[in-house]
Design a protein around this ligand. Structure first.
Ligand SMILES: Nc1ncnc2c1ncn2[C@@H]1O[C@H](COP(=O)(O)OP(=O)(O)OP(=O)(O)O)[C@@H](O)[C@H]1O
Ligand SMILES: [Mg+2]
Length: 263
């Protein structure tokens, strides 16, 4: 059965797109059939996997079906990446999709789910990247997902937004059924973790608070702050292609093994 994973957080810049791209690529490397749906105006996943994604017109992207009457259906908008997975790209003007969806009277949150019904049998895993906002695009990403990944950094604002995001999902569960939620601490040096030399620092204390606040939904895998992740992206690579033996790549592999392939 196809596993559908959404990356979300009501806060921008927490690492949704980075973890979505890097983990999707590792899953594809196991031989699984992987599709990424990019729902963001940053087009991060589209650019990484398709190169010049920003040269696509609106009609060549998710914008073609995120509306009342689709101009094209999803199967016409799937592009094959040289990195061994497929992508439905987004467009810089995703704000237009938000207003088109908002204007719909009925079923506006279920547009992506209906489109996925047409193609999901072709894939083992579908990764959905969503914007740093709780809007119609986020709702469309959450509805078809079985599992929701919420990356957060270790600061109060990110925690609050992460809690708001979890509440948003839990409230929706009354109508859409249960989702597995995993909060992933991103951009954290291991020395702040329990047992590390900076355990008692402010950041170390924040990690302990995260354990209390998020409890069972907090992933045991943390992702380090790594220049390799940024450099890899700038070079059009995932971190596993760029520096496969460094910590960041190893941790993302651990994340994939624990939270995507396992569990
Ligand atoms: N673990 C990490 N180490 C170093 N840099 C990181 C890490 N994770 C993400 N980044 C960098 O942080 C920035 C924001 O990451 P990313 O675009 O993945 O966040 P996002 O949550 O998708 O943001 P948005 O809400 O704008 O879509 C990018 O420049 C990315 O390269
Ligand atoms: Mg993003």
């Amino acid at each position: 059965m196809t596993k559908i994973l959404a990356f979300t957080n009501n806060k921008g810049g927490t690492g949704k797109s980075t973890l979505c791209c890097n983990s999707a690529h590792l899953v594809a490397r196991t031989g699984a059939r992987v599709l990424i749906i990019d729902m963001t105006s940053q087009t991060t996943c589209s650019t990484l996997f398709l190169g010049q994604a920003n040269t696509l017109t609106e009609a060549d992207t998710v914008l073609a079906f995120l509306k009342k009457k689709p101009d094209r259906h999803i199967e016409e908008l799937i592009y094959e990446s040289e990195k061994g997975l497929d992508v439905v790209p987004s467009h810089v003007s995703m704000a237009e999709a938000v207003s088109q969806l908002s204007a719909m009277q009925m079923g506006k949150e279920g547009v992506l789910r209906r489109e996925l019904e047409r193609v999901k049998h072709l894939y083992d895993f579908i990764f959905i990247d969503s914007p740093g906002d709780l809007n119609e695009l986020t709702a469309n990403a959450l509805i078809p997902a079985d599992r929701v990944f919420i990356p957060t950094r270790l600061n109060r604002t990110d925690f609050q937004c992460t809690e708001t995001t979890i509440r948003f999902i839990r409230e929706a569960e009354e109508f859409i059924g249960t989702r597995t939620i995993r909060v992933i601490v991103n951009m954290l040096d291991d020395r702040y973790l329990p047992g590390g030399i900076w355990e008692s620092s402010h950041t170390g204390e924040l990690f302990k608070q995260a354990q209390q606040i998020f409890g069972d939904v907090l992933s045991s895998v943390t992702i380090p702050d790594s220049a390799d992740i940024r450099t890899a992206f700038d070079r059009g690579l995932t971190v596993s292609e760029y520096r496969p033996n460094e910590l960041a790549a190893k941790r993302i592999l651990e994340l994939v093994n624990c939270e995507v392939l396992g569990g």
